[in-house]
Design a protein around this ligand. Structure first.
Ligand code: PLP
Length: 362
């Protein structure tokens, strides 16, 4: 059976993108590959607001998230935590054997720049991890305000996860002073899963050069060395690179400002629908994500029942809550290729499905 995903990743992939993957393989050391790889750089750099290269990693985002820790942390990393992915990043740092401190906020609360300043002022840290858009609870922190604080501390390398936000709103990496920017294919880019993006500043490359145990597969220096040849360190996921080429053409045709405006508009359409129904937005007011809406299940619907109706009668799925928020919240993605028509159709299906969804006993 086929149904459309409105979960916040992986998201629906267009027919055009799917078809782009079905092309003959080329050798990853061939001149054809070099031409393909180099042709992607200007588009990726424009999206990430950077003059630095954007490396392609054949891994999901966690690969480069872990790799970033291994490349730049020498003293101690400060993990800014306000949801499932950022909480996990602390654990990942510890599993890499790196000293790590936790700066915790409730899920759905944004990372507080003043708290970041207080922690970094201890002088204990030489790196920081931050998730721009906490997909698990639909909370988007104020990246510019946090980066302004981080840049008061020249020794701190900022590793920023933009997995579910890059390409949906402006993220000017160089202007904000982000050292390591990480993103993934299956969220706002609306590509299939399996590839991640990594853009590393010269400062962060210099730090990596002084770290002995950074490994091989995610070694920043290997990425840079191969990038200079128009290649990836090892055999990449070539079908996804074809898909990326097709997607960057779509993005160029739409134009970045129009793409950003479309995400903002469709996000508001879903938010207004939800609040008009009587659901409360889960994240703190003013910090709702622009790529998804995470609503508190304030009306007490049986969310698994809702999704069953959506899937069987309307051929679509939303998300019924991540981790400890399962059943307590639901999430609707508007990232990628959604249009006014596709969102209107989704909301119509949701109205119909909610009308026959049972409520849980209070
Ligand atoms: C989805 C997601 C990840 C994890 O990505 P994988 O591709 O599953 O490794 C990390 N961070 C954020 C913010 C995400 O939304």
């Amino acid at each position: 059976m086929s149904y459309k995903l409105f979960i916040p990743g992986p998201v629906a992939v267009s027919e055009k993108t799917l078809r782009a993957m079905a092309q003959p393989m080329i050798g990853h050391r061939s001149t054809d590959f070099v031409a393909l790889y180099n042709s992607l750089q200007p588009g990726l750099q424009a999206i990430a607001g950077t003059a630095d290269p954007v490396y392609l990693s054949t891994s999901s985002a966690w690969g480069v998230m872990e790799g970033s820790i291994r490349n730049v942390v020498k003293k101690k990393v400060l993990a800014c935590m306000n949801g499932a992915f950022s909480d996990k990043w602390l654990d990942v740092a510890q599993r890499c054997g790196k000293p790590a401190g936790a700066l915790k906020f409730e899920w759905g609360q944004p990372v507080d720049p003043a708290a970041v300043r207080r922690e970094l002022a201890t002088g204990a840290y030489d790196a920081l991890t931050l998730i721009h858009n906490e997909t698990s609870c639909g909370c988007m922190s104020d990246l510019a305000a946090i980066m302004a604080v981080v840049r008061e501390f020249p020794d701190v390398i900022a590793i920023v996860d933009t997995v579910s936000s890059l390409s949906a709103l402006p993220i000017p990496k160089d202007e904000l002073g982000i050292d390591v920017l990480v993103s993934g294919s299956q969220k706002a880019f609306a590509l299939p899963p399996g590839m991640s993006f990594l853009s590393v500043s010269k400062r962060a490359l210099a730090r990596a050069a002084t770290v002995a145990d950074r490994g091989y597969y995610f070694d920043f220096l290997e990425f840079q060395k191969n990038h200079e040849l128009g290649m990836t360190p090892s055999t990449p996921i070539i079908p996804l690179i074809y898909a990326l080429k097709s997607k960057l053409e779509d993005i160029a045709a739409e134009g970045l400002p129009a793409r950003f405006a479309r995400h903002a508009r469709l996000n508001q359409t879903v938010r207004h629908w939800g609040t008009a129904k009587g659901f409360k937005l889960f994240p703190k007011e003013g910090y709702g994500s622009v790529t998804l809406n995470c609503f508190a299940n304030t009306l007490g619907y049986d969310l698994p029942a809702l999704n069953k109706i959506l899937k069987t009668k309307h051929s679509l799925v939303i998300d019924g809550g991540y981790g400890k928020l399962k059943g307590k919240t639901f999430r609707i993605s508007n990232m990628g290729d959604e249009t006014a028509a596709s969102i209107a159709s989704l909301l119509q299906s949701l109205d119909a499905a909610l009308a026959e969804t049972p409520k849980l006993p209070a």
